[in-house]
Write a protein that binds this ligand. Sequence first.
Ligand code: ZN
Length: 157
Amino acid sequence: MIGSLKAATDITKAIFDLKTTAEIQGKVIDIQRALLAAQSSALEATSAQFELQERVRELESQLKSVGDWDKQEPRYALASPWRGAAQVYALKTSHAQGEEPHYLCTNCFHNRKRVILNPAPKDGWVFMTCPACKSTTSTGYRGIGAPKYAEDVGREG
Ligand SMILES: [Zn+2]
């Protein structure tokens, strides 16, 4: 009698323990789930915030380059320094701001980029090449002088 009572008590205790453990485990799992959900939405929020920051940075840099371009564009004029053979954008004296005369690639200029053309001799002729878009234009000359300001292009014949 004492023995079976003890056994029942033991079993009850064991069941109680089991039930409690199961409940605790259940609660632990619930808490873990809640934590995981919280972590994942925190991660999502962080990555959404990161994406937004990236986008802001991107837009700021676009805005800056547009602003820069608005300042650069009026400094140049379309010119034909080699008797109509090739057109370039030449820096205006009035807008030189201390910069030496130079010619810009028309193709890149239309894409809002300032890329200085380089003279390159080829088969005895001088070509103007763009380091950015790789466009090559013949000057029609075997030798060319230094670049001139837009106002001076064509003045010396
Ligand atoms: Zn170009």
